[in-house]
Design a protein around this ligand. Structure first.
Ligand code: NBY
Length: 841
């Protein structure tokens, strides 16, 4: 590793190089020092927030020491790196994770105790890093944790939004969005003002022949915006590896152009330019599974792709290798189509800037990229209008046309005279205006395309991408079933359960190898163990009930069955089916005799999730849930038999409280619409059971844990098309029980007469696209089965233990190893090798 410090002076560096605290006393010393100096607070004004800040700063010191060593090691080892490009990283809180992963949580707990604080209260001060919408963003966060824990040389690249996903408040039952300004105090990031990249927009393309007779293409006279790197350390669990998440922040370019403006008296307009530049990374777009074609969003995408590629190329160039070795050194994974422009940008740099021939460059590009698809919903597939790209990125548009031309010629040779095929697979959709189909571009520019659960990966091959399977053959398409990190989603979220498991398995090794959970099966009939298991679930429910009381003012009985559906609000996820089912139950309770009521299983129906601010139907669903809750929760006939709760502002840290407290969670999307789902895995891993459709990863969860441990219902994906057809052309009738629910809503039982009409007419008049009515009966019957099953607590607990013991497959560690094997062709840097490398430096 190169250094500017002369050999004979390095002794001083080695002597004073910080080692980081390891003991309780050292922890306290570092923490108090940070509180008194960095934060300028003292014994007399140190509140919990200051204690959090000091602790975080102490751990940040530790992480940085390991981070530096890891980066040196990885550079020295000179092997392939994986770059995970994602517009979203839904990280949640970092302190508890840092303490756990570096193995110093007990030290911190004791130390904080001596300083007068409870570790739980301190950890709770942290603001979530919420740079994501839902599953896709959280998946990226789990992947970072796994890649570091498995010692892969991996970098995440994303945007440093000033505002994360909005905070949700509920006012009179309506969702209200509040900006999430989260950067007031963020000890987990390091500004790298020396790592900046100028990114160009607009301008024009100059093609000419130079003095040597060579064709030159140059994109010039555009507007420059600077990307500044902010690095976030990503510690692995039980390993010295600390990887890097690099987030780009936009600011006005300090190029000569702007200086000229400042000096020529155009001070105000220069400041305005500055603000315009900063808006690029200002805000996370709050849509999940919906694409809206906004210019600023396209700017974000290109800004981030260009800066990241520039950074990756700079690192590659330092190795002095030939370009042909690029794909042996670099793997880039595209998290959905959001970073697809990186494909075009790499081709542009290799040809226009590096002077490579088209085919040679294209070969490198396709060997470098892999593309992960997360949806089959047509409204979520990204398209950008040709005029917009022409305006913003004129050179890229030309390259996209060339990529398309080459591709279509190849298709023409394989399928001569199939004009239909050519227009179907063209990157350019011949609409008004013409549109660029980003998924097609991503497929054509990658060597592998994967879906995120078996059913989903099959569906993309047989529906939206079927022509591409014909063209490239089936091997280009593969499946990598999603996973979750057991560090956050078992150990951190449910420390008591993790501890109980460790006590039976003899160690915490299962957090590194989740398949070891299968040893729990031996305790399925162990009375003492089952008792403790059930006690932990109950304690988690008590904690949840406390949260519900503070957040909503409603008091719920922790002995009731907790039925949870928390996820983004979307018609395809069918929260409307759930709330209609709740109303159906309410109507049944109202009709019951006191004797019948006594026999009924008490329930708490818990909802949570954000609606995209412009998604009116989703907002209406939230409104209905809240209004139903107001009525049912105050109905004396009902009492504890049924409560309906909407937990406001569902986010990662709330998930960590809610998930361990669930008895049943709902994963009830219309079959074929939910690509995978990942919370389903989290719930089962925490000793909850699932009610679900045969969709996404529910299918594989069922295969792993056994049909008898899952409550499945509803129509199959293969029947959806026919059912939809029948809604319009057959003699179709809405389910009679569901109609009673609609009558109840329409009669004004839940106030706001008419406010919910659209939810009803979507089903009764507009073809019930999501098959709510078709699945209603089997949904309600299955809920009744759950009531029955729950009454036999002994069997129920056995089911949950058995399920947990069979969840090993769903760790994101397995998932990352599959990507590494089948897509990235990369090996981890073994810790042994790391230690040797360390000895050499
Ligand atoms: O990705 C989710 C899928 O719905 C879920 O089934 C899957 O488990 C998860 C991880 O693979 N997709 C998702 O969360 N998508 C988004 O959040 C999203 C965000 C933005 C846009 C599209 C989708 N967008 O086009 O702007």
């Amino acid at each position: 590793v190169e250094s500017s410090i002369p050999e004979h002076m390095r002794e001083a560096w080695k002597k004073y190089a910080p080692k980081g605290f390891t003991t309780k006393d050292e922890f306290e010393e570092t923490t108090v020092k940070h509180i008194e100096t960095t934060l300028a607070r003292s014994l007399f004004n140190c509140d919990e927030l200051a204690a959090y800040s000091g602790t975080a700063l102490a751990f940040k010191d530790r992480l940085i020491i390991d981070w530096n060593k890891t980066q040196q090691r990885q550079t020295f080892a000179d092997q392939k790196r994986i770059y995970y490009l994602s517009l979203e990283f839904l990280m949640g809180r970092a302190l508890d994770n840092a303490m756990l992963n570096v193995g110093l949580k007990d030290v911190a707990k004791e130390g904080l105790g001596e300083l007068g604080f409870r570790i739980e209260d301190v950890v709770n001060q942290e603001h979530d890093a919420a740079l994501g919408n839902g599953g896709l963003g959280r998946l990226a966060a789990c992947f970072l944790d796994s890649m570091a824990s498995l010692n892969y040389a991996a970098w995440g690249y994303g945007l440093r939004y000033r505002y994360g996903i909005f905070k949700q408040e509920i006012e009179n039952g309506y969702q209200v969005e509040i900006p999430d300004y989260w950067l007031d105090f963020n000890p987990w990031e390091f500004p790298r003002h020396d790592v900046t990249v100028d990114v160009q927009f607009y301008g024009w393309v100059n093609k000419y022949t130079n003095d040597e007779g060579k064709q030159v293409v140059s994109w010039q006279d555009g507007e420059l915006v600077s990307a500044v790197a902010y690095d976030v350390p990503i510690p692995g669990y039980g390993t010295p590896t600390v990887n890097n998440l690099r987030l780009w922040s936009s600011k006005a370019s300090t190029g000569e152009f702007d200086f000229a403006k400042f000096n020529s008296g155009e001070y105000e307009s220069a400041v305005a330019d500055e603000q315009r530049a900063e808006t690029i990374s200002a805000v996370l777009y709050p849509n999940d599974n919906l694409e809206r074609g906004k210019e600023l969003r396209l700017k974000q995408q290109y800004f981030w792709c260009a800066a990241s590629l520039h950074d990756i190329l700079r690192r590659f160039k330092k190795t002095k290798r030939k370009w042909s070795e690029f794909p042996d050194q670099v793997a880039i994974q595209l998290n959905d189509t959001h970073p697809t422009l990186a494909i075009v940008e790499l081709q542009r740099i290799l040809t226009d800037v590096e002077g490579m021939e088209w085919n040679e460059a294209w070969d490198i590009v396709t060997k470098t990229f892999g593309y992960t698809n997360h949806t089959v919903l047509p409204e979520a597939l990204e398209k950008w209008s040709v005029p917009l790209i022409q305006h913003l990125l004129p050179r890229h548009l030309q390259i996209i046309y060339d990529i398309n031309l080459n591709f279509l010629q190849q298709v023409e040779r394989r399928f001569p005279k199939d004009r239909e095929m050519l227009s179907r697979v063209s990157i350019i959709e011949e609409s008004q205006p013409k549109m660029i189909r980003m998924a097609y571009l991503a497929i054509i520019g990658s060597h592998k395309v994967n879906g995120v659960a078996e059913l989903h990966s099959d569906l993309i091959k047989t529906t939206i991408f079927k022509d591409f399977v014909k063209i490239y053959g089936p091997d280009k398409f593969t499946n990598v079933t999603n996973g979750i990190t057991p560090r956050r989603w078992l150990h951190q979220a449910n420390p008591r359960l993790s501890e109980l498991i460790a006590s039976k398995l003899g160690s915490y090794e299962f957090l590194k190898d989740l398949t070891l959970l299968n040893k729990l099966e031996a305790f399925v009939e162990d009375k003492e163990f089952k008792k403790e298991w059930a006690e932990i679930k109950y304690a988690n429910k008590v904690r949840m009930a406390q949260h519900i009381l503070t957040a909503t003012g409603v008091s719920v009985n922790p002995k009731a069955l907790f039925d949870v559906q928390v996820k983004r609000i979307h018609e395809y996820k069918r929260q409307q089916l759930n709330i209609f089912g709740v109303i159906h139950r309410y109507l049944a309770i109202k009709k019951m005799t006191p004797e019948e009521r006594k026999k009924l299983q008490p329930r708490v129906s818990i909802f949570g999730g954000k609606a995209a601010p412009g998604y009116w139907m989703a907002k209406t669903i939230i409104h209905l849930i809240n209004k139903v809750g107001e009525v049912i929760n105050n109905d004396k006939d009902v009492g504890d038999l049924l409560k309906v709760i909407f937990v406001p502002d569902y986010n990662v840290s709330k998930a960590e409280i809610i998930i361990p407290a669930s008895d049943i969670s709902e994963h009830i999307s219309t079959a074929g619409t939910e690509a995978s789902g990942t919370s389903n895995m989290k719930f089962v891993l925490n000793g909850g059971l699932v009610i679900g459709t045969l969709d996404g990863a529910n299918i594989e969860i069922t295969r792993e844990i056994g049909e008898q441990n899952v409550f499945l219902f509803g129509n199959l994906a293969e029947d959806v098309d026919d059912l939809r057809h029948n809604h319009f052309y057959g003699n179709y009738q809405v389910n009679a029980e569901l109609l009673k629910v609609f009558d109840c809503i329409k009669s004004g039982t839940f106030g706001d007469e008419g406010a919910f009409g659209a939810l009803i007419s979507a089903i009764v008049e507009h073809g019930d696209f999501y098959l709510v009515s078709d699945d209603f009966e089997s949904y309600c019957q299955t809920q009744d089965l759950i009531d029955e099953a729950y009454k036999n607590q002994d069997e129920w607990v056995s089911k949950t233990i058995l399920s947990v013991s069979r969840m090993g497959f769903f760790t994101s560690d397995r998932c990352i190893n599959e990507y590494a094997d089948s897509i990235w062709n990369i090996e981890p840097l073994s810790v042994k090798e790391e230690n040797e490398t360390r000895a050499r430096t």
